[in-house]
Design a protein around this ligand. Sequence first.
Ligand code: HEC
Length: 119
Amino acid sequence: MSSKKIIAISFLCAAFGFVAFAPNGSAAQTKKPAAGDASRGKELFSTCSQCHSATTKDAGVGPGLKGLFKGKKMPATNRPVSTAVVTSQIKKGGNGMPGFASKYSAQDISDLVAYLKTL
Ligand code: HEC
């Protein structure tokens, strides 16, 4: 192979690599942290629904979560209701509830919280 051809091929590879890489790079930079997706949260809630009702306030193993964010106090502990408190409850659990910090990503938990806000 002549050195001219090698230079031409390297140039093409570099140009192609740039085109292939650039859109990904810029997409990653402009991507905002996604807000909670309630419909995804609803699917994830299947893990919670073995202990919590989403349609009533009646207690199962844990308190019913209907209207959670419409109330002022957390149903079991009476802490003030907030995204931070509910997020921490999901991560840490406590008093009979397992923590989900190792099972769910931050995105999963924000999806779950978005779903709980619709109840
Ligand atoms: C194995 C049963 C179990 C599972 C699974 C479970 N919980 Fe709980 N949860 C409980 C119990 C028991 C309590 C009451 C804790 C207490 O008395 O402090 C509770 C309490 C809560 C509370 C109210 C906390 C408070 O401060 O009043 C929220 C909100 C909650 N859970 C959300 C969830 C979510 C969301 C999931 C799914 C990711 C989940 N739980 C999974 C058993 C469970």
